[in-house]
Design a protein. Structure first.
Lengths: 211, 359
């Protein structure tokens, strides 16, 4: 899915956090958005992934505006995955139930848990597993409906180096299989895995590097 | 249903508060409706015993104030289709040490409608006590009624609480006590098809009389309407209090679970799914609260029925119809009380929910 953002602006109260962002995310690409805290990465990611409405500007998904997408929940469920910094697994559900929560095809749950190496933990709750295992479950939840693109906001922010690299490797693996990734991070290592690197500063795109 | 149960278990404290709030509201509705229904039912049953047609003083709001000439019994008795006419005086007076007791002066032909447990029907200067008041007064041989002493001639058992906790005496003694001839006539018919014609004939006897079929009397009796209206108003207030309790608690629950709902929206679950989940959670609480409230209400009514303090006058009944109605009210309360907070939660941007909700 090709995503085009045009003249995006966003305010939290009177504070302007995005100030005229234009960019294009090509289908199946691995895009990294890097920048310091407060540069607008999370807000941009939230808007691109339809989780937040921009104050101004527009986003097109394969040429369609937000208003033309129809039922936005349905669109998101079929086309978009999201991985948060703090895993955000629902605490009263097991890892498997978290992944199965939005699955359009329940038969894909077990193979995916297997592929991500957490099948043996499927009956455990999020407070019964390690940080890396939680994040793998969160990634499985994002991938379960084979979305066109997965957005990840600081997905390794709470992980040690070994687990962080494991997450990047997973992203790369699924990226090669055709899933697009847009990863916001202040971790420069993400640049080693990305095809496109978007550098942000104070709510604007400072530079775009293509590899 | 497994997921809603898990969610309720996770939020135990607030689930418990909603459960208690709903249980109290539902029990209040049960008790108010059962007690008011019981009062109406007891009095109706009393009037229906041997009474197909009831005759009272015209235009009175309460049978206690009715005063009709008992000699008119002899005019009604020979009418076509009449099987029997009995006269009653309905009154209330203190019986030491009880502050107020129902007193029933009845013509001799009505004594047979009381099932004697011991002793005999009362003659002049005597009374017959209902088994409940007989035990409350600790099996007295005499009672002091309006400064007059009456000998207890017998004890009867009645399933009607007003009678079982009351005093029955002959019509003459009651007439002297309450300074009236009779309160009402109960007319039993040998031919029920003549009831309307008979009502017209009795009404033609004099301007001061008003005859009605028993059913028509019960339907139009002002005191019953007042009891029913009061019950409906108090029941409605309990219902509203229940809804307000649920709304405020569910608002807190929704606030606590914003991040969870944000996550659900972020994975593409619709607003309808989130509303449905919250509604199914409160529905489970409502069903449990209903069961507990029903059990508690039955227990409380049983206690009230046997409490000496109430003299057997409060005799609530929970009918199948009442159970069904209160169940419908409970479900409505749960759904209405949850819908607004659930709708609020489902309308916010997923990311805003997650950011406001915390981890």
């Amino acid at each position: 899915m090709r995503i085009e953002a045009h003249a995006l602006e966003h305010f939290y109260g009177h504070e302007k956090v995005l100030n005229g962002v234009d960019l294009v995310i090509e289908p199946g690409s691995f895009t990294a958005i890097i920048g310091e805290s407060g540069s607008g990465k999370t807000t941009l990611l939230s808007i691109l992934s339809t989780l937040l409405q921009p104050s101004r500007g527009s986003v097109r998904y394969d040429g369609k505006t937000f208003g033309e997408l129809g039922n936005i929940d349905r669109f998101r469920r079929h086309n978009i995955g999201f991985v948060f910094q703090f895993h955000y697994l629902i605490s009263y559900l097991t890892l498997r139930e978290n992944v199965a929560l939005a699955a359009l095809d329940q038969t894909l749950v077990d193979p995916l848990l297997e592929a991500l190496g957490i099948a043996r933990l499927e009956g455990r709750y999020s407070d019964e597993v390690s940080g890396g295992e939680r994040q793998r479950a969160a990634i499985a939840r994002a991938l379960i409906n084979r979305p066109s693109v997965v957005f990840a906001d600081e997905p390794t922010g709470n992980l040690d180096t070994k687990n962080a690299l494991g997450v990047y490797e997973l992203f790369k693996r699924f990226s090669i299989e055709g899933t697009g990734f847009v990863v916001a991070s202040h971790d420069k290592k993400i640049a080693d895995y990305a095809d496109i690197i978007i550098e942000m500063e104070d709510g604007v795109v400072k530079q775009i590097h293509q590899r | 249903m497994i997921t809603p149960l898990k969610a309720l278990r996770k939020n135990r404290f607030k689930t418990a508060l909603i459960f208690i709030s709903m249980s109290v509201s539902i029990a209040a509705i049960f008790l108010i409706s059962a007690i008011s229904g019981g009062v109406v039912s007891m009095y109706s049953s009393m009037l229906k015993t041997d009474g197909d047609v009831i005759v009272t003083q015209k235009g009175i709001a309460d049978t206690f104030f009715s005063d009709i000439n008992r000699s008119l019994v002899s005019s009604i008795a020979p009418m076509e289709g009449v099987k029997e006419v009995s006269a009653l005086i309905l009154g209330a007076a203190p019986v030491e040490p009880l502050p107020i007791v129902g007193i029933y002066g009845v013509s001799e032909n009505r004594f047979k409608s009381y099932t004697l447990k011991e002793g005999s029907y009362p003659s002049a200067g005597e009374v017959m006590l209902g088994s409940k008041i007989y035990e409350t007064l600790k099996r007295p041989e005499t009672i002091l009624l309006s400064k007059q002493t009456f000998k207890v001639s017998g004890v009867f058992k009645s399933r009607i609480g007003f009678e079982d906790g009351g005093v029955v005496m002959n019509l003459s003694d009651a007439g002297e006590l309450f300074h009236k001839s009779a309160s009402i006539f109960l007319v039993s018919l040998s031919d029920l098809s003549r009831s309307d014609a008979l009502v017209a004939e009795i009404n033609a006897l004099g301007n001061d009389l008003e005859a009605k079929t028993t059913d028509s009397f019960i339907d139009s009796y002002n005191q019953f309407k007042i009891i029913q209206t009061s019950s409906d108003v108090i029941g409605a207030m309990a219902f509203l209090m229940g809804i307000l309790g649920i709304v405020s608690m569910m608002s807190m629950v929704v606030n606590d679970r914003k991040a969870e709902f944000g996550i659900m929206r972020s994975v593409g679950l619709s607003s309808g799914v989130i509303i449905g989940r919250l509604l199914s959670e409160t529905l489970l609480i409502a069903i449990a609260a209903y069961a507990v409230a029903l059990g508690a209400s039955l227990g409380i009514l049983e206690l009230i029925e046997h409490a000496d303090k109430f003299q057997g006058y409060i005799n609530g009944e929970i009918t199948a119809a009442l159970m069904f109605n209160v169940f419908a009210v409970s479900v409505t309360m749960a759904l209405v009380g949850t819908f607004l907070p659930a709708l609020y939660a489902s309308r916010i941007d997923p990311m805003s929910l997650i950011q406001r909700g915390g981890a």
